[in-house]
Design a protein around this ligand. Structure first.
Ligand code: RAT
Ligand code: ZN
Length: 422
């Protein structure tokens, strides 16, 4: 069916985007059978680290006293300061409201006790089903860290995610803190030496292969500082050169780099204490150019890097650009980044991921992003229609499915997961 005019275009795009099932390619969520490492519920929503950072601007509570409070007390404080004493207009605050609304609650009551009762009384399995339905997310990629004691135990006990959840092997400790990680590797039976050697490289690869076998990850991922350089004679540089790149090439499992985080500039705030910095693009350019048979999935944290990254995508097809990460995940920047990416790269990107740490956040993260993606698609189709080019509803469905699902699955080599809605 050919779209006749702008009104029809708007209606079709909004409908198609709203209905499109999403593959969320980077979250911190877990399959419900992994137990309580999956966070959900009102107190978790309110104590999200994005909100912890914000509450500290209003409250004068010493940070240690804040952490000494129970989770519900922290949530109460955040509710009082960020929602009652001031209007909750920040993106993270608005996100809580959109989520509660999506879950069927009446925001006009401002009754936190009632919200808790309505949501927290359920069980995580039912909540996963409900939230995935509400947010139209049917596949979720987790963040799986074999250096995290709680998570490690779950995998070693033989627990495996259900079919909606997929692993991503996270290797920050290996690449960013090898001095400590090598001790752990030894404790776990991998004979890495004090000095880097062929033998150490083989053992680190053996460790990675064991976890690849166990988790069946869709990609291997790391977050990196703005100072990330490559090639580099450092633990990180050597591990990337001798272990990650060869293994990634051999297995076809892409290497995901999330570049630009300056960890713990205010350590007392924990996860809320991380900052960002503009990175030099030379390292990524080198990786892409020197390793054409390797696949790289990249997102960056600084707004200043987004244009360079998009242009790099025009040079190298072994680069998949994804998402508006963390401090980029605000409407004004999502709008700008997504428009720029579409203008430079057409529909060959993964425009968004949720980064949800709390299950229920899927509701708002995707509702807010889908609204912006719809606005942008309407403008872009309208621009080409003004030349006399005709667009059909089927083409809009195809394009939307590519953006929100299939580009990712194709890039990770899973044609079997590529799917178009009728
Ligand atoms: O967005 C976040 O919640 C950050 O704290 C990080 O988890 C980041 O997304 C990451 O994966 O390192
Ligand atoms: Zn993340």
């Amino acid at each position: 069916m050919t779209i006749a005019n702008k009104q029809e275009l708007e209606a079709v795009v909004r409908d198609v985007v709203a209905k499109q099932k999403i593959t969320d390619m980077h979250t911190h969520l877990y399959s419900p059978n992994f137990g309580d490492i999956l966070l959900w519920g009102v107190d978790e929503l309110l104590t999200y680290h994005y909100l912890v950072a914000e509450v500290m601007r209003f409250s004068d509570i010493p940070i240690d006293d804040f952490w000494a409070l129970s989770k519900s007390e922290q949530a109460d404080l955040i509710w009082k300061e960020l929602f009652i004493k001031h209007s909750p207009v920040s993106e993270a605050c608005r996100g809580v409201l959109t989520t509660l609304q999506g879950l069927g609650l009446d925001l006009s009551t401002r009754d936190l006790a009632q919200y808790r009762e309505a949501i927290d009384s359920g069980d995580s399995f039912a909540q996963v089903k409900r939230v995935m339905e509400l947010s139209s997310v049917d596949h979720i990629v987790m963040t799986n860290d074999p250096f995290d004691d709680r998570e490690r135990k779950i995998w070693l006990d033989g627990t495996r995610p259900d079919e909606r959840f997929h692993a991503a092997l996270r290797i920050d400790p290996l690449l960013n803190d090898y001095a400590n990680s090598k001790q752990l590797l030894r404790e776990w039976g991998y004979a890495v030496g004090e000095q880097w050697s062929d033998g150490s490289a083989q053992e680190v690869k053996r460790f990675l292969k064991d976890w690849i076998e166990r988790m069946k990850p869709l990609y291997m991922a790391v977050s990196l500082p703005p100072s990330f350089a490559y090639p580099e004679e450092s633990d990180r540089g050597r591990i990337i050169r001798d272990c990650i790149l060869p293994l990634s090439k051999e297995t076809g499992i892409p290497f995901a780099l999330m570049i630009g985080v300056k960890k713990r500039v205010n350590p007392g705030l924990g996860d809320a204490g991380d900052y960002l910095g503009k990175a030099d693009m030379d390292a990524l350019e080198y990786l892409l150019a020197q390793h054409p048979e390797n696949k790289f999935i990249v997102t960056m944290l600084s707004r200043e890097n987004q244009h360079e990254l998009a242009v790099l995508g025009r040079k190298f097809r072994n680069l998949m650009i994804f998402g508006c990460w963390w401090f980029m995940n605000n409407p004004i920047i999502i709008n700008e980044m997504t428009r720029m990416r579409l203008e430079l790269l057409g529909l060959s990107v993964v425009p968004q991921h949720s980064d949800a740490r709390v299950l229920d956040q899927l509701v708002y993260k995707w509702k807010h992003s889908k609204e912006i993606i719809s606005d942008i698609l309407i403008d872009k189709y309208n621009d080409i229609m003004r030349t006399g080019w005709q667009v059909t509803a089927e083409e809009i469905r195809r394009d939307t499915a590519d953006l929100l699902r299939n580009n990712f699955w194709r890039f990770v080599g899973r044609e079997d997961m590529v799917e178009y809605e009728e």
